[in-house]
Design a protein around this ligand. Structure first.
Ligand code: ATP
Length: 326
């Protein structure tokens, strides 16, 4: 017989529309839309105070929205709090487990009747030797892996991870990333809250960038790079000769937007990503293979920095549009 979890087949795991939440006169979330589809790792990314935690707390039913709708597998997290809690596995805060609690005891404590066999999970996250260790004696990376085991124990349909690698050293971060990558590869639906750009780049299938409780943009890493990362730049030095003629000729190469000279005298060819290959081919066809050729390729980090550092305005909310139409 199918379990309760398996009877729900909605491909849209989370659907948030027009979510708003204010604390006193502080607007934390301001008309936010968000979808998480089954099997994807969605990254909710933004600076401190952008409204990320408030948003996921509303999704978990821990906070009541002031306005807007939130659905988790079709359920209202406030009205159907118990059912939603059974469907969502969330990472605990480090203070949530007593230092003296052993890993095996934590697993027992958090297992419900629908819990899966913990041995497989413990093995998957490399914690076989740590079952008898007390939580307080473990490294930050090991503790996060315990949280991942606990979050997955009860076969959740959605896993929420909030600031998963905060405070971890680089090696521990990579260790935890590889655990999340395993989840992604196994088709687990994950809502990942982070303000680490490299973390988003490594782990997310799709990203929603937020500022001041509003969505700045949403899309796959490739879409965000195309929209916000700026142009690729190919630079190389030239021997004495007809610089003006060279610059003019390069302007007509496919994908090139503009060509200039850097203060150091290098030619800087800016264009879309395809311009890199076309400029290379153009140089080779003229027998020129500059030893100092360097390419700056726009990446997700550049895109997110442009988006999040305030140079781009948040998308208007429904209430802005209503106001504008009046
Ligand atoms: P961080 O990355 O720092 O965790 P965040 O993006 O998760 O930030 P939130 O924690 O949702 O942002 O906070 C959004 C805004 O709401 C912030 O200005 C914060 O100070 C404020 N805020 C959050 N929780 C409360 C609360 N319980 N009472 C009053 N203000 C709050």
């Amino acid at each position: 017989m199918k379990t309760f979890h398996e009877t729900i087949t909605d491909p849209e795991v989370v659907r948030v529309r027009g979510l708003s939440k204010t604390y006193g006169n502080r607007v934390a979330v301001d008309g936010l839309d968000l979808d998480v589809s089954a099997g994807e790792v969605l990254g909710l990314i933004g600076a401190n105070g952008a409204g990320k935690t408030t948003t996921v707390e509303c999704i978990q039913g821990l906070r009541r929205p002031d306005a807007g709708t939130v659905r988790v597998l079709g359920l209202d997290p406030v009205r159907d709090a118990d059912r939603v809690r059974r469907l969502v596995g969330s990472q605990l805060q480090s203070s949530a487990l007593p230092d003296r609690l052993r890993v095996s005891e934590a697993i027992e404590l958090f297992s419900t009747r629908s819990a899966r066999d913990a041995d497989g999970l413990v093995e998957r996250f490399g914690l076989e030797d740590k079952l008898r260790s007390s939580f307080g004696s473990m490294s930050g990376g090991e503790q996060q892996r315990v949280f991942l085991v606990l979050a997955l124990l009860n076969r959740p349909r959605l896993v929420i991870l909030d600031e998963l690698t905060q405070g971890l050293d680089p090696a521990a971060r990579r260790e935890v990333w590889s655990s999340v990558a395993q989840l992604r590869d196994a088709g687990t639906t994950v809502l990942l809250v982070t303000h680490e750009l490299d973390e988003a780049e490594v782990l997310c299938d799709r990203i929603v960038a937020v500022r001041s409780g509003r969505v700045l943009d949403a899309g796959t890493p490739a879409e965000l790079v195309a929209r916000h990362a700026g142009v690729a730049t190919t630079r190389f030095g030239i021997r004495d000769g007809d610089t003006d003629g060279l610059v003019r000729a390069l302007r007509s190469v496919s994908g090139v937007h503009d060509v200039g000279l850097d203060p150091g005298g290098q030619v800087a060819v800016r264009g879309d990503r395809s311009s890199i290959a076309h400029v290379g081919a153009w140089l080779v066809s003229r027998g020129a293979i500059p030893a100092d050729l360097r390419v700056d390729v726009p990446d997700l980090e550049a895109a997110l920095l442009t988006l999040l550092d305030g140079r781009e305005e948040p998308a208007p909310t429904a209430s802005d549009l209503t106001g504008a139409l009046r």
